[in-house]
Design a protein around this ligand. Sequence first.
Ligand code: NAP
Length: 327
Amino acid sequence: MSNPTTTSDPILPEVKMNLAPPSAPITGRVVSNDMCLKGKSNSYVRHTEIDITGTAIAGNFIVGQSFGVIAPGVDEKGKPHKVRLYSIACPKWGEDGQGNVISTTPKRVLEEYKPQKKTDDQIRHTLFIGVCSNFLCDLNPGDEVQITGPAGRRFLLPANTADHDYIFLATGTGIAPFRGMVKELLENPEGPCKSQIHLVMGAPYDTDLLYDELFADFATKHDNFHYHTAISREIRPDGSRGIYTHHCIDEKIETFRPLLENERTLIYICGIQGMQTGLYQVLATNGLSDAYLTIADDWADLNPKDWPWAEIKRNVRPTPRCMVEVY
Ligand code: NAP
């Protein structure tokens, strides 16, 4: 167990790491590979379940960790594809209850080629298809996958889940670990966790919400689970513009304030790079940042709304009660 720095800091469990290194991946077999978007969308996101029975990783991962996937074939330089990491989307007992079926949430990468530097072809705009996520999305039940891992020792549920309340903020496929965490909290074989759990899910359009039916169902069945959505590109019924996850917290600050002031509460942020800074500003503006952020001394007198964007990362750092996994 890692040592907390204050009594309300989470005590994180020990984890196993790299039981299957890139030099000796294990072979998993796809069990299912179904779309997990709420509705018709321009995106393609799947929930992929992979059987890893009898391998070193089976039963030896926990939610919040990732596993690696090695796509078959070689890259444009003729070298084997590198490992790509995917967040585990299931609780520690896996999809099967025994830790033998692991899952994740791959999204197809379909973009136009964009020049990155001056020496790149400046007029090329052909279709660019990401290697590994498209490989995963293409798979059918029975297909084999080379898997490494597990990886990650920081973005975890605390060892004693009942000691804390939870605010989870996700954008897009950043929802993957929270599917696993919410299932771990609410579907525990020893009974559901009674802690307060708020999930704020951000997506461009309502139809892009992931695992929406599952979370709506949990919210119906568990009084302590609260499901919020932040849709960024749709005009809302009152005529206002779409919102990001931190706007949702700001708009409902009187609901969140007692929770954020409570020393039990942990914040988890997962998804698009930059999503954390909006939340940092909302916390600081509302006088709620002390437990979650360490702000540089010479920024103490600045209005958080005026924080220079490019310098936030250097001057505002999350405490152990605010866990951030963005890229
Ligand atoms: P997506 O469907 O495009 O949704 C992203 C949402 O976030 C959109 O509604 C977007 O709004 C909004 N957004 C953009 N900037 C934001 C900001 N500064 N603050 C809050 N919200 C913001 O998402 P996606 O394509 O699945 O991408 C998800 C990202 O999560 C990827 O970058 C992926 O690499 C990352 N991810 C990380 C992990 C991890 O670290 N373990 C796991 C999974 C995914 P607009 O586009 O309308 O501006």
